[in-house]
Design a protein around this ligand. Sequence first.
Ligand SMILES: CCCCCCCCCCC/C=C/C(=O)SCCNC(=O)CCNC(=O)[C@H](O)C(C)(C)COP(=O)(O)OP(=O)(O)OC[C@H]1O[C@@H](n2cnc3c(N)ncnc32)[C@H](O)[C@@H]1OP(=O)(O)O
Length: 201
Amino acid sequence: MALRAALRQKCGLIGILSQPSSSGSHSRVSAVLVSQMRNNATSPKIKVDFNQSTGVAVLSMQSPPVNSLSLDFLTELCISVEKLEMDRACRGLIITSSLPKVFSAGLDILEMYGKSPERCGEFWRAVQEMWLKMYSSNMVTIAAINGSSPAGGCLLSLTCDYRIMSDNPRYSIGLNETLLGIVAPFGTDKNIIKNTHTCSN
Ligand SMILES: CCCCCCCCCCC/C=C/C(=O)SCCNC(=O)CCNC(=O)[C@H](O)C(C)(C)COP(=O)(O)OP(=O)(O)OC[C@H]1O[C@@H](n2cnc3c(N)ncnc32)[C@H](O)[C@@H]1OP(=O)(O)O
């Protein structure tokens, strides 16, 4: 029931958030998706287990050492989510990490150093695409945060409907990217305190 109610609530949001973007930013992922489906390729950075009987998919991030969000990683993530969304049997999505200690280290710092303006633009569009796609997903989404989750990792978890974090004092979460001079828009951090629940691991 709770799952259904959450799903209904989300459907209201989708109408607003899934309007076609004037920048056409969603078309890149769709184009990649089409070509990937054609080639029947599998992604090594993301593992998806879909349980047909429950309608819930578990998406495990498995990009060592720290699941940093590179352009490739973000693209694969969006493709995986897009594929699940096309499957009407999939109602719920749990995002977690298959690495020990780290959920995601956030944006890949190497993407922000010594890159051309074009590449930087592509990267930041992919970041935006990721959080818009997750936030406007028609699935009920849960971040199972089983390790540290700074900055962009925290952002990824904020785009989900629910967050559950391992109760381990060695794991940290938060929008710490200001230390690198990257400023998140006002208001993005309030949900961490309100809606992040912890559990023992
Ligand atoms: C919902 C509405 C949203 C609205 C829009 C909001 C927009 C918000 C904008 C968000 C901007 C986000 C910016 C970022 O994410 S910048 C990146 C910030 N991340 C960090 O500062 C993380 C730094 N890393 C750590 O703290 C630790 O590495 C960590 C705790 C994750 C793991 O520690 P551990 O001890 O296990 O591992 P190491 O530190 O030894 O690291 C192992 C190797 O991994 C490399 N590494 C770590 N982090 C990154 C990274 N982010 N990118 C690339 N590489 C990374 C590290 O250098 C080590 O490499 P080597 O083994 O080669 O040394």
